[in-house]
Ligand binder design. Structure first.
Ligand code: UD1
Ligand code: CA
Length: 503
């Protein structure tokens, strides 16, 4: 329950002037070569969550303040959100200074400026909209997102004068009485643009940390010293959220994991309420862009990533990881790893299959244990029950592939594609050396190495005929090694082509 009941849709129909996302700080407690902001929550960099939440407010300007490891952060933004502007804060002199760096690039600005952090991944657009709505309803110069927490240690504390906020005091600057206050500053605010610019210009760093505190702008707004001429706004309001996760910052990897667990818990809960069975939420991870239908069942140890979508009635898992896959209705996928694969209706895959990019399984196909596919299209009803590598191959429908078959697609330098016609039979341990075209209904005998095209309906055997020598074992047991001319094993020597032979 929120303490402001205004509905956001009505009151934030017009966007804010700017959102400034602070992301210049060090993140030393992550103990990482990577910028803290690139560490992922539910498969997305933390900063992407912050930028997406900000974007939802339809701001005229969206600025990320970068500093520490900024090349990494800028590269991420260029890829993920090229429309977002950055402002550089070369030296991290405090949150107030960081906002000043962003304002420099924004020129004259009126209206509302929202300030958020890049390391608060669970803050969402809905909460920001509610904050803006509260600000508009209160007619204040600033409105602060606050939360009442069990342990406020380290946070800035909200000083109140009844409904209104009279200031914010940092933990390090607070006295004992102030430290007992449990309502904390989330660091997320809406400011009147004119007051913000005046306040930032007036900041000093005369405090326990020698920093330019953005929180001091809040105190100035409360005191009325930075109000614009003729402004109808005055004072500072607080908008307190009951959802403490909305304000949870990530400073180390313990917090990172806590936030990941909570984000996942919320995603799973939403799917369960939408009709998906999740046998064990504690071992199931579903990323936010995944799409599930009613009556999907997800068994323990499964990870659904990227843009994966799953049709109704499908059973996924246990121990299955699907990344950017499309799975049809009633498919059963057990202990399988698949990436960029399309699994048709009613397919059965696994256990222990590895479906690599470009795999397309038409309706009712079956892939069994220790089968690896890559860029392979299997027609309806085709079955590969076990122990096969199928790379770069188009297999028709109702084809049976025996154990140990290999569709060899690479000669060490380049890859080529083979095709197998409808209803063909590929015996056990057959090697099909691409590029080869096998006609419909053809029969490839077990153990054959197929290096030429096989016509429709033909039998292809490409191996030596067996040789059986009666009584051979008894004759040779306990005796000296047989001379080579009587050794049936020497009948069919493999052929090795030497360079001299070719010259
Ligand atoms: C700040 C608030 C505090 C609040 C807390 C919530 C101030 C003075 N204090 O604390 O009241 O309870 O956030 O987490 O604002 N940043 C920059 N440049 C800087 C300094 C910080 O971009 O020079 C960024 C950081 O990357 C981070 C955010 O601002 O995303 C907050 O900085 P941090 O140092 O974590 O916050 P505190 O100052 O401890
Ligand atoms: Ca912090």
């Amino acid at each position: 329950m929120r303490n402001v009941t205004t509905t956001s849709d009505q009151t934030t129909s017009t966007g804010v002037a700017a959102v400034i996302v602070l992301a210049a700080g060090g993140g030393t407690r992550m103990k990482s070569r990577r910028s803290k902001l690139l560490h992922e929550v539910a498969g997305r960099p933390m900063l992407s969550w912050a930028v997406n939440a900000a974007r939802g407010l339809n701001p005229e300007h969206l600025v990320v303040v970068v500093g520490h490891l900024r090349e990494q952060v800028e590269a991420q933004l260029a890829e993920d959100a090229p429309d977002v502007a950055t402002a550089v804060q070369a030296e991290q002199k405090g949150t107030g200074h960081a906002v000043g760096c962003a304002l420099e690039g924004l020129g004259e600005l009126t209206g509302e400026v929202v300030v958020t952090y890049g390391d608060v991944p669970m803050l969402d657009t809905a909460t920001l909209q509610d904050l803006v709505a509260a600000h508009r309803a209160a007619h204040t110069l600033a409105t602060v997102l606050t939360a009442e927490v069990p342990d406020p240690t380290g946070y800035g504390r909200i000083l109140r004068n009844g409904e209104r906020v009279s200031g914010i005091v940092e933990h390090k600057d607070a006295d004992d009485a102030q430290r007992r206050i449990r309502e904390i500053n989330s660091g997320i605010y809406v400011f009147d643009a004119v007051a913000l610019r005046r306040g930032v210009a007036a900041l000093s760093n005369d405090n326990a940390q020698g920093e330019y505190y953005l929180t001091d702008v809040v105190s100035m707004a409360a005191a009325g010293s930075i109000r614009g001429e003729g402004s109808e706004r005055s004072g500072v309001a607080a908008y307190r959220t009951e959802d403490l996760w909305q304000t949870e910052g990530v400073n180390d990897r313990v917090q990172l994991s806590r936030v990941n667990v909570e984000m996942n818990r919320r995603i799973l809960e939403r799917w369960m309420r939408d009709g998906v069975t999740i046998a064990d939420p504690s071992s199931t991870w579903i990323q936010p862009d995944v799409d599930l239908s009613q009556d999907v069942t997800v068994l323990p140890g499964s990870h659904l990533n990227g843009a994966t979508s799953i049709g109704s009635g499908a059973v996924i898992g246990p121990d299955t990881t699907l990344t950017d896959c499309e799975v049809g209705e009633d498919a059963v996928v057990t202990r399988t790893d698949a990436t960029l694969a399309v699994l048709g209706q009613g397919v059965r895959v696994g256990p222990y299959a590895n479906l690599r990019p470009g795999t397309v399984l038409d309706q009712g196909t079956k892939i069994g244990a220790f089968v690896e596919t890559k860029n392979a299209h299997l027609g309806a009803g085709t079955s590969i029950p076990r122990l096969v590598y199928a790379g770069d191959v188009v297999i028709g429908h109702e084809v049976t592939v025996g154990a140990g078959a290999v569709f060899a697609n690479n000669d060490g330098q380049s890859t080529a594609t083979s095709s197998i016609g409808d209803g063909a039979f590929v015996g056990s341990n057959v090697v099909v050396v691409a590029p080869v075209s096998v006609g419909a209904g053809a029969f490839l005998a077990a153990g054959s190495a197929i290096t030429e095209d096989v016509p429709e309906g033909a039998l292809a055997i490409a191996r030596d005929r067996g040789h059986i020598s009666s009584g051979w074992v008894a004759r040779h047991r306990g005796q000296a090694a047989p001379s080579s001319d009587s050794d049936p094993r020497s009948d069919s020597r493999d052929h090795i082509s030497t360079p001299e032979e070719h010259s």
